[in-house]
Design a binder for this molecule. Structure first.
Ligand SMILES: NC(=O)c1ccc[n+]([C@@H]2O[C@H](COP(=O)([O-])OP(=O)(O)OC[C@H]3O[C@@H](n4cnc5c(N)ncnc54)[C@H](O)[C@@H]3O)[C@@H](O)[C@H]2O)c1
Length: 348
């Protein structure tokens, strides 16, 4: 952080989620004050409880789409506003689609108003899904994407695209310092055992001794970034990036979902089978960020996929209250715990 650290007062919307919690912890460790606002729709109270031990931390349970948030926070002064608030998970689109749209539209507007009042730097967490089902590989920030505005994934994708447009527009109109990050698949400690994204789902299924569903033939590709590298990316963008600009943040090694499954088993020592199923929703064939723009600011990822998966596995075991694995458990991938989730479709 370039400012004196006790002048750094951050608002993290969505800070009870995986990425927000890790960002909050990093900022607190650096001496900043952090307020988290979150409605806990896909976030976890356990993440908040851990952060609450810190004297510079405060939690406000609220929906960012509620205009009352501007009044509720009107006495607080922030130097930085991070907007990470949005329900996540492709299987959640049916259930939480409207909330996704509202968080990224009304929520973004409310948070921009707070940033404007405080003259704070503002960062909007967009997504690789802003590119839709891409036909350009890797995807540079200049690629405008291939998104169906009324397709089944549109509440998430179009919500984020709207949030980007509003962020850019407000930045220009009111002279706000804004940045947009398009985040590619990120994983790591503080993921919820109920998270249906591909890495936590593979891990929780293997821990529970259940088969792991893979949708389609598993040849669709993704790239994965450890959350510590993601946090470095966000801090790099907010401190060194240009106002109004968009930056991809993601791992730039492509891997198929099928190979990911093998990597998860190898990294953890867990055994288990995959079951191949039809897609439950239109899938994207691939996602691969061009990170040239972020690398030009000095950012480099440093955590290997295998090491990151091992750490995530240990963290999930702790969250589930499962004792550290004994060799037999590792060999058979079995635990006496009840299954942690239903037959929920995974997403990547
Ligand atoms: N992790 C990834 O791979 C990834 C990839 C692309 C984009 N992103 C974006 O990064 C952000 C953080 O993602 P994450 O992985 O930590 O997901 P997450 O689901 O763990 O965190 C999102 C947080 O936002 C909160 N939230 C949702 N709607 C809200 C609302 N209306 N008001 C207040 N809080 C609300 C949730 O309760 C949750 O704590 C999200 O905006 C997500 O779209 C994440």
């Amino acid at each position: 952080m370039s400012m004196n650290s006790n002048e750094v007062r951050c608002l993290i919307a969505g800070g009870a989620g995986c990425l927000g919690t890790n960002l909050a912890r990093r900022l607190l460790d650096q001496g900043a004050h952090v307020d988290v606002v979150d409605n806990l729709s896909t976030g976890r109270q356990a993440n908040v409880d851990r952060l609450s031990r810190h004297p510079n931390f405060d939690f406000i349970k609220m929906d960012v789409a509620d205009p009352a948030i501007c009044r509720r926070l009107q006495r607080r002064r922030y130097s930085h506003v991070y907007n990470l608030a949005c329900p996540t998970g492709v299987p959640n689109i049916k259930r939480l689609g409207e909330q996704m749209l509202m968080a990224s539209s009304a929520g973004t507007l409310n948070l921009l108003k707070i940033a404007r009042r405080c003259k704070a730097k503002y960062l909007f967490a967009s997504t690789a899904e802003a590119y839709g089902d891409p036909d350009v590989f890797p995807q540079p920030e200049t690629y405008v994407g291939r998104v169906d505005p009324v397709g089944p994934r549109s509440p998430y994708e179009e919500g984020k695209r709207f949030g980007e447009a509003l962020t850019r527009f407000w930045g220009g109109k009111y002279g706000l310092e804004v940045r947009i990050v398009r985040i590619f698949n990120t994983y790591g400690p503080a993921m919820s055992p109920r998270d249906q994204r591909v890495i936590p789902q593979m891990l929780t299924r293997l821990i529970a001794g259940q088969p792991v569903p893979i949708y389609g033939d598993g040849t669709q590709t993704r790239s994965f970034l450890h959350v510590d590298d993601l946090v470095n990316g966000l801090l790099t963008v907010i401190e060194k990036g240009d106002s109004g600009e968009v930056y991809n943040v993601g791992g730039d090694q492509q891997i198929t979902v099928r190979d990911l499954f093998t990597t998860v088993k190898k990294a953890t020592g867990l055994a288990g089978e995959a079951v191949f199923r039809d897609h439950f929703i239109e899938d994207h064939r691939g996602r691969w960020p061009d990170t040239t723009k972020l690398r030009a600011l000095g950012w480099r990822p440093s955590i290997s996929l295998e090491a990151g998966i091992r750490e995530s596995y240990q963290d999930l075991l702790r969250s589930l209250g499962v004792k550290p694995a004994c060799p037999a458990f590792l060999a058979h991938g079995k635990t006496d715990r009840a299954p942690v989730q239903g037959d929920a479709p995974q997403l990547a």
